[in-house]
Design a protein around this ligand. Structure first.
Ligand code: CA
Length: 233
């Protein structure tokens, strides 16, 4: 069962971006623009995690966090506060109210997703897939380890993230630009050719001898993880 995430954010563009990225990760996403709407959503279902904006019309994120912590149904739901404020004092206040984590806008989406997964692993380990398998290739997200045919494959951090990203949606073709946003983060300036360099390194590391290549180059489009690679050979 996929984890259910509630986004409470009044900036429509950001809410949409968050929804899009979390849904791409396989999460079920609900959103609310303010405390009132969030309270409605919480009446219907208790999410596995809440992303909560600090500055909201009406009740602030801090106040909502305090209230939800006091309610039995939501007392233990992990909450990540999203805010434009970066001062240490504010951060401490946010955490003191009961938030589990804190992200300062603008934040990197891969980092947010990593923190969401880290919190869910602690609170609902059954909801987070830790080992992804395809053919003889195995990626353990908890241990950050990759094995091929039972043998450990050593990957650099970028190659690991690239493989993990591609394996999440086998068959889906990603453009170089999408890979840059998803793997490197959209606030980083990296040339699109960098993607080719890292795909090359990744292939070199995971493909030994005559083993079939799970990474498919799609001409004029980008790259995909080929879910049928093991049977194609
Ligand atoms: Ca806001």
């Amino acid at each position: 069962m996929p984890a259910n995430i509630l986004i409470v954010e009044d900036e429509a563009d950001l809410a949409l971006l968050l929804r899009y990225n979390l849904e791409a990760e396989g999460f079920v996403v609900q959103s609310a623009e303010d405390g009132e709407e969030a309270t409605e959503r919480l009446r219907e279902t208790t999410p596995d995690l809440i992303l909560l904006d600090w500055m909201l019309p009406g009740l602030s994120g801090i106040e909502l966090c305090r209230r939800w912590r006091a309610r039995e149904e939501t007392a233990r739901v992990p909450i990540i506060m999203l805010t434009a404020r970066g001062e240490e004092e504010e951060r401490v206040r946010g955490l003191a109210t009961g938030a589990d984590d804190y992200m300062v806008k603008p934040f990197s989406l891969p980092e947010l997703v990593a923190r969401v997964n880290a919190l869910l692993r602690r609170s609902s380990p059954q909801l987070v897939t830790t080992v992804m398998k395809a053919g003889d290739l195995e990626l353990d997200r908890t241990a950050h380890r990759v094995r091929r045919a039972g043998r450990e494959v050593h990957l650099g951090p970028t190659e690991y993230r690239l493989l993990e990203y591609l394996m999440r949606h086998p068959g889906r073709v990603y453009s170089r630009e999408q890979l840059l946003d998803g793997v490197w983060g959209n606030d980083v300036y990296v040339d699109e050719r960098t993607v080719d360099v890292h795909v090359g390194r990744l292939r070199k590391a995971i493909n030994r001898g005559r083993s079939p290549d799970p990474i498919r180059t799609v001409r004029g489009a980008g790259y995909a993880f080929d879910e049928h690679f093991a049977t194609a050979a």
